[in-house]
Design a protein around this ligand. Sequence first.
Ligand SMILES: [Zn+2]
Length: 324
Amino acid sequence: MERIFLGIDLGGTNIKAGCLDHNFNLLCKTAAPTDADLGPDAVIDRITDTAAKLLSENGLTMESVEAAGIGSPGTLNIAEGMVISAPNFPKFRNIPLRDMLSRRLSKPVVFENDANAACWAEYRAGAGKGVNDMLFMTLGTGIGGGIISNGELVHGYFDNAAEFGHIIIQKDGRGCVCGQQGCVEAYSSAAATAKRAGEALQAGAKSSLRKIFETNGDVTCKDVFEHCAQGDRLAVNIVEGTCSALGLLCVNLLHITGPQRIVFAGGMIAAGQILADKIRYFFEQYIWHLKPEPVEICLASLGEDAGIIGTAALALHAEQQGKL
Ligand SMILES: [Zn+2]
């Protein structure tokens, strides 16, 4: 029987689980509500139940699982497999998630942060395939990141490397949820894009977005991109603000890690190729002229499955390296 790898993507709303074979084929997947408020033990129960159900419904058994991987949000101690704290998981304080899950599944478990897991998925099976030096950014409520350098994830000594969203691009700039000012996340996340549009509308800017704003009291990032595509001047300005900050971020990061490819993921990439093109445009405005920079800027290809593919692929990687 072929051995398979179980990937678990722990989110604030849903637990996703999937099975991967050695060739990165996603054999099956499922999702269940997390109910994070019930605390770590209940969440571990939910994960193991979800995994067991997934296997049995697809004619698989726990015996065929070689190892599992789990991706978690929050601040983590990767080496210890601990969740130190996570905003959507108020009862998770210094929780040894990796070892708790490993005991329950009776399998080795690989532990990673959610953005790094998605980054690994794109690197091995998605838009980063064939590239050994890659940067990855998720554009959602916040901005998460991942670095592949010479074929390996970069964690940093304290496991907080690749927090791209909190790179400061504007001295004394907009306040960020993290407490810093001028973080790129405060300009270019989906939430910040919607917020900047709302502020302009509140201040009286003329826009085709006004009707939505008057009805709902705010606008979404999706609204802004839709009205940008229709040529609304305010929406175009807001989107260009988002993309210019991301272009600047790409320049700064290029000078640190020298990537061959930069992959954007997250809800905002539903806007399509226009997003990558606009980021590229601003990147070209800001980059030095000492030499051409042929770095590719593109969109992720695995969508919502990146978390489960990445965690399972990390378990596979650990097996191949003899690290299970
Ligand atoms: Zn910040």
